[in-house]
Design a protein around this ligand. Structure first.
Ligand code: MRU
Length: 347
C-alpha cells in the first residue's frame, strides 16, 4: 500500500490525495508552511495523517528558525504551531500532535538539540500510530463474524493514517485472521474519499469491495446485506458523541433503524475529553466549489447558495462501541472513555 507520508530526514513527501486514484504523485514539503498548505488543500487528509504531517511540519519549523535567542526561537515555534493547528479545525489529532511537539521543544534543556529531539519525537509519533492501528485492528476484528459484510463511510484507511488504518485496519486484521470480509464503501460526497481512496486501497489489497453512492446505504441495509458499520473519527467528545465525515450521522441513524451495530474506530489521540459533548466540537466548512463543481466542471447554477460542512456529529446513543488501541469502550461513554484515556499505555 502506498504511504500517505514519507519523512526523508530533510523534507516531508506527501502523497497528493487530491489526485488519487488516477495519479500517484508525491509533493515535497520543505517548510512548515508547505505542510500547512498541504493540510488545508487536503493533499494529506484524515485525522491521524494530518496530525503526524503537522508534527513533521514542526520539525521543519524547528530547523528553519534555529538561530538567535531561545525566547525568540520559542515564540516562532509557537507561531508555527498556531498556524499548523488552524489549518483544519475539527480533527483534534492535529492540535494534539502539534502540542506534543511544542512540549518536546519546551522540555528540551539543551537549546542546540531541540530540532534533533523534535525529529525523534515526530518519528516516534508516526511509528506509534501504525502500532495503534494494528491493535485497533485486532480489537475490532474480534467483534466481527465470518463471513461479514462491513459498510464504511469516507476513508479511515492507510491513507488517512501513518499506515494500516483504523476502520480499514479492522477490515485488514479480520482478513489476516482468515475471515471472509466484504466491504460496502460509500462514495462520500462531495470530496469522494470513499470512491477515490477507500475503493483504491481495498482494490490494491485485493479485499472485496463494492462502491455505492451515499444514497444506497439505507437500501443495502434494508436488504439485510450489511452486518455492521465501521467508521473512523475526527474527534470524540467525553460523552461519546463522534465528529466524523459529513454523512456519518445519517449512516448511524440508518444503522440503528435497521438493527445494525455501528462501530467507531479511532486511536486514543482522537478522544477530546475537554469537549463535554459534540456541540463543543468545531465543524469545518469548506469551499462551496467542492459542491457545485465536479472535477472542475460546474454542475449547479451560478449564484446558488451552498452549505458545505466537512463533518457532522453522531450522538453517542447511535454508537454501539468505540474501538481504540486500548480496548473497546461501550456506553455509558463518560465512564468508559475516561477510563480508556487514563489507562497507562502499556503496549
Ligand atoms: O476531510 P477528511 O478526508 O480529512 O475526513 C476524514 C475523516 O472524516 C476520517 O473518517 C477521519 O479523519 C478518521 S481517519 C482514520
Amino acid at each position: 500500500m502506498l504511504k500517505a507520508l514519507v519523512w526523508d530526514g530533510s523534507a516531508l513527501e506527501l502523497l497528493d490525495q487530491t489526485r488519487l486514484p488516477l495519479e500517484k504523485e508525491y509533493v515535497t514539503c520543505r517548510s512548515y508552511r508547505d505542510v500547512g498548505d498541504a493540510i488545508r488543500t487536503m493533499k494529506v487528509r484524515g485525522a491521524p495523517a494530518i496530525g503526524i504531517s503537522a508534527a513533521y511540519g514542526m520539525v521543519l519549523a524547528s530547523r528553519e528558525f534555529h538561530a538567535g535567542e531561545r525566547a525568540v526561537y520559542i515564540e516562532r515555534l509557537r507561531e508555527a504551531a498556531r498556524d499548523l493547528t488552524a489549518a483544519r479545525p475539527t480533527a483534534v489529532n492535529l492540535a494534539w500532535a502539534v502540542g506534543k511537539m511544542l512540549d518536546v521543544a519546551l522540555g528540551c534543556p539543551d537549546w542546540c538539540r531541540i530540532p534533533e529531539v523534535m525529529e525523534a519525537a515526530a518519528r516516534e509519533t508516526e511509528e506509534e500510530d501504525v502500532e495503534a492501528n494494528r491493535q485497533i485492528g485486532r480489537n475490532g476484528a474480534s467483534l466481527l463474524g465470518d463471513p461479514v459484510t462491513v459498510l464504511t463511510h469516507c476513508n479511515a484507511g492507510a491513507l488517512a493514517t501513518a499506515g494500516y488504518g483504523t476502520a480499514l485496519g479492522i477490515v485488514r486484521a479480520a482478513v489476516e485472521q482468515g475471515k471472509r470480509v466484504h466491504v460496502f464503501a460509500d462514495e462520500t460526497r462531495p470530496y469522494l474519499q470513499g470512491a477515490r481512496l477507500t475503493a483504491f486501497e481495498l482494490v490494491e489489497d485485493g479485499i472485496p469491495v463494492t462502491l455505492i453512492t451515499d444514497n444506497v446505504a439505507g437500501y443495502v441495509m434494508s436488504l439485510g446485506k450489511v452486518d455492521c458499520v465501521i467508521v473512523g473519527a475526527d474527534r470524540i467528545a467525553a460523552n461519546g458523541d463522534v465528529a466524523n465525515k459529513i454523512g456519518t450521522y445519517s449512516v448511524a441513524v440508518l444503522a440503528k433503524e435497521n438493527g445494525i451495530p455501528f462501530y467507531v474506530a479511532a486511536p486514543v489521540s482522537t478522544l477530546d475529553l475537554a469537549c463535554a459533548t459534540g456541540r463543543d466540537i468545531p465543524i469545518e466548512e469548506r469551499d462551496p466549489r467542492e459542491v457545485v463543481e465536479i472535477l472542475g466542471h460546474r454542475v449547479a447554477p451560478q449564484h446558488v447558495a451552498v452549505f458545505n460542512p466537512a463533518f457532522d456529529v453522531t450522538p453517542a446513543r447511535y454508537v454501539t462501541a468505540i474501538i481504540t488501541e486500548r480496548g473497546v469502550a461501550r456506553p455509558p461513554y463518560r465512564e468508559s472513555l475516561k477510563e480508556m484515556a487514563e489507562v497507562e499505555h502499556s503496549k
